[in-house]
Write a protein that binds this ligand. Structure first.
Ligand code: ZN
Length: 300
């Protein structure tokens, strides 16, 4: 008799679960039917990807993809691949840094007239011939706000979420900027040489003067004349620091440290990295610490 009750109870529980399960499937189906339109967002390269990743956050129905491989770096002279063209043909939105970094942009606009292209640097005053604005946290926050506002326009249904996410991200960038401000008190007015165009923005954020620069953002031969010229600038302008990228600048960096009193600080230009939302913040924090260390060792 007791067993019979247990049997009935188990049966009832089973029926109840089956009911819940079926209702769940039904509801999911209903929800899917009323779900907001899917949005495919493509970014051009690393700093834009990280910015978009933070703005999109966990918004449902938004697919984010990067055009280039995470290790491609800056897109100067980048040639679009057939995979890139396929990706762009499926995209609703294409987020670019602008300012000439994406040299293929005119071709993209021509090939996909319906694609919404968002230029993150549109409202930013660029340094001459240089659009690596993300290396100045204040300007990067400007890019984030611009992307969020363009995203809201393109996808009003999720617009409030984009703005909320952007505001939270900009607050974190603001903390970083605050630390730059504190370092500025030390670095302001001092001269430096840069081995990567992107560091012109970092120098600007620190109030430093760029006395000379060498473009070492790719593998190339450096002539003896160039070496002599940069050493002469370091000597004549009392340059204390060189900002370089380790990947392509180390050999020249070694020469500078052997031949002059300038200190070489190897910074991350953040043109490549891991696909993670805190990639920029972590990278810049590391840069800050390296600069801080170099400044504190420096006797004015
Ligand atoms: Zn570049």
């Amino acid at each position: 008799m007791k067993n019979k009750y247990v049997y009935v109870l188990v049966l009832l529980v089973c029926i109840a679960f089956a009911g819940l399960f079926l209702t769940g499937i039904y509801m999911a189906g209903q929800k899917k039917g009323s779900t907001k339109k899917e949005l495919t967002v493509v970014t051009s390269f690393y700093p834009m990807y990280v910015a978009a990743d933070n703005i999109i956050g966990d918004s449902k129905g938004v697919v984010l993809q990067n055009l280039s491989e995470p290790q491609t770096g800056c897109l100067h002279d980048y040639q679009l691949t057939p995979e890139d063209m396929k990706l762009l043909s499926e995209a609703d939105v294409f987020i670019v840094n602008g300012g000439g970094i994406e040299t293929f942009l005119t071709d993209v606009a021509k090939a996909y007239p319906d694609l919404v292209i968002m230029n993150a640097s549109e409202n930013i005053h660029l340094l001459e011939d240089n659009a690596h604005v993300w290396m100045d946290p204040e300007l990067y926050a400007g890019q984030v706000k611009k992307i969020a506002s363009d995203m809201k326009q393109a996808d009003p249904e999720r617009g409030a979420l984009y703005e909320q996410n952007a505001a939270a991200y900009c607050e974190k960038i603001g903390d970083l900027q605050q630390e730059f401000e504190e370092l500025k008190a030390r670095g302001s007015g001092s001269s430096l040489v840069i081995f990567h165009e992107a560091y012109a923005y970092t120098a600007k954020a620190l109030g430093m003067n760029v006395a000379g620069s060498m473009d070492l953002d790719e593998e190339r031969q450096i002539s003896a004349g160039e070496v002599a010229e940069i050493l002469s600038v370091i000597d004549s302008q009392n340059v204390k620091f060189v900002f370089a990228e380790r990947l392509y600048g180390e050999s020249m960096g070694n020469t500078v440290e052997a031949e002059s009193k300038a200190r070489v600080v190897y910074l991350d230009p953040l043109t490549r990295g891991e696909y993670r939302a805190d990639g920029y913040l972590k990278g810049m924090q590391k840069n800050l610490e390296l600069i801080k260390e170099a400044f504190s060792d420096y006797e004015p």
